[in-house]
Design a protein. Sequence first.
Length: 555
Amino acid sequence: MGKRTLTVLVLFWCIVFASGIYAGQCIAQENQGQEDVGISGEHRVLNENPTTMVIGLSKIELRTADKEAIGVQVDRVIRDHLWYNSSFDTSVPVDRVPEDSSRVVPYMEGARTAEMMVWANVSVVPLTPSIALKKEDGYYYGSDGQGHFAFQICPDKAEYPTCEFVIENGSEYVVMYDTHGFNAVAEQAYLKRDEINLSIACMDMPDKAKAALYLAQNGIPCYAPCDRFTNSLMNYKEELGIETEILGSAPIRQTDYGAVIGDQPVVISLNESIIAQYTDRLYPDQYCDTPSRYFRELQKVYNVNLSVTEVYANVGETSNLVKEAKEQNAGVIGARIFNEADYLPLKEWLKEDKNHRAILFHSAAYNFGIKLFREFPKQTSFGDINPKFVSDNLRHSDTEEKRTNDEKKNISALMSFTFDDDNPNHLEYIAPLLEQYDMKATRYYITGVSWANFTECKILQDHYGWGVNYHPYEHYHIKVVSLYNKDGLTISALSDKIDEAVKNKGWIVFIAHKVDSTGNLYSTDKQFFNDVLDLIGERPEIKVVTVSEALAWEW
């Protein structure tokens, strides 16, 4: 055991030295922005004045029953060309498909891949080889799988000893077998897009982020345990109108259905102090600027002013962040966790107060980073590039309190929307949509299951005025009545039921699980739901209330 640990440590510092030689060669991309990765850079204007943001709701689910496949970079997953005389050296074929978790590299992207294999029984597809073309600027550019060479390759990756160089028709190409980064795996991921459900690679330079965005636009979710430049993709979903997930350095955990990446939210008030790590050093410290990059981009893209103090700290220096947080009485720290010296100060600070929270960047690849995520699941989150913003200004319970008796006399019927089973769709889509109509709903929360998310319930209740009730253990039929199902209910039929309810001062309950356009058995169609809201919105004599409010209503 001791020998193996020593071997891994020696290997790691070999990687540090070798990679450091080339660190300066990628500096040209350091200051690239959203426009450079394919996003317009137009800043989002929030509809209301937000008071709170939620970071970490984004997720990728891996279900054992679906027998999913993940496409991986070869480097640090299938083998490591620097780990000489090991079970993962260059004697391992680059296209070897690992039969079990013991056959993948036991650190960084390989460690997270192994967890997916154990928890979700995923199969692994090596994404190799990658062909890159040398352009006039002297850099090689990786292929997108459609004949375009669009993604700049960092010079050291194009000079691995396992690379082959080819000259054809006057053009110089490099064939990279030990693929590393989304810019290198994009070609094979695109070509295998019908085979894989997820792509895992490094995203520590802008063109790696650009390639991840390209894959997402082609329906391939992306996960980057090393995520220095995910900030350049901030708000990509709304900006480009796509739903495919791109996750940075998010934790992964086992669930009863398999595994989930992400889905570890924390709530941050927009007026509280945030301490964010930064550095101006090169390798191996440059990844310590990931927190400051994230919070700068978040403020710029969403037009919010946060109270962020950037504190200089390199590898092993998170104690600097803790010191500043204590001086300011700040409750949030953005940090990169690489080793034990980074881990221990943050651990002690988080233990001091349950209101202390840490957003971890470029950390899930490392043992001490993933350890902190798992020891403090309610206090840590990741650099979610699709954060949620909510406002206290439209709390509907406050609106109801201000309703005069004369207005209440004009109400002739009640309507309640109920949504079961803690689906994130409730917070991500339904609540903001209902808010546009000055409406609210009731969520039925399930305890004791892996996907239960009380943080979401709290946000729905406190910021959207929703009711939160508990789902019963079983379905008890106190009185069985005929229900309209999603296929049998039409807007015309609903309109008739509304007329009946208004005539008799009745109560209409709309029961659903989620709203989307998938056609899933448990889904309500988006267009139909919007038509329902339009119909209700045109009837001022109908009041949309929570279930609790309906039960307490007095005519």
